[in-house]
Design a protein around this ligand. Sequence first.
Ligand code: SAM
Length: 281
Amino acid sequence: MKITILTICPELFQSFLSSHVVRRAEKMGLAEVEVRDLRTYADGSFRKVDDSPFGGGRGLVLRCTPVFRALEQIRIEDEAAGGKGRFFPESADGRKQERPGTPSGPRRVTAVLTPAGTPYRQAAAHRFARADHLVLICGHYEGIDERVLDRADEAVSIGDYVLTGGELPAMVVADSVLRLLRGTLREGSAEEESFENGLLEYPQYTQPAEEEGAKIPGILLSGNHGEIQRWRTAEALRVTLERRPDLLRDRKFTEAEWSALDAYAPKTAELLKKRTEEWKK
Ligand code: SAM
């Protein structure tokens, strides 16, 4: 896949582009990440990308013209590349060749980063990872001309807070997508992570087994992998109920989950039973 980031602050991506996840994805031929300076698409010697808002009001707004031009250029380049994305050559029978971890999907997805967007979730990361070309548009100043949002496929917010620009959100989205491409991570490590199965991840520990009186749970030293897995299931449920009960509201709990809770987190089992009764009302 290809990820293109449109921004007026390309220099902010320098360290991101040399990060492990980006370099590994590129080295393995799974993805290419490029950053385009929106000023390149602006007119005049000053390459003005902002202007004051129509109707008055504070600050400046990122103009739609450079973004429209950049999007048109991207469309032309994608078409010239065969309309299938550069990393997905057609196979002999004319169907798109599938790479492991990157099944076929919409060819190009354009998303604007904005606090007024749809909250970004792991499901969206999976959806974006299926695209051939993901275009991320970073706003700045007081925001971006709404006509850009009208032309984009999605508006994405990374959280209920306001940042200075869309650059950090774009890195968040690109990182979360890249690590889903099989091969960029250790085999299987994404599947067990928070949100993948609708739960937060169980607590993790490493050496030493005891530090300043703080001990790791004894089960982890038992060598019994079946029981460790049951403990992890119970812990994932406990942590999720404590920190993100909203994730559990519509969940159908399995026999194995109740049994793990009874064995390793009986208080959570009790609380969860009460909560599920309340949620039914
Ligand atoms: N005036 C805008 C508002 O109230 O919604 C905030 C503009 S913010 C200062 C400038 C840019 O940062 C936005 O256009 C967007 O690209 C980016 N941004 C800030 N917070 C964000 C968030 N939580 N998620 C995604 N993008 C964000």
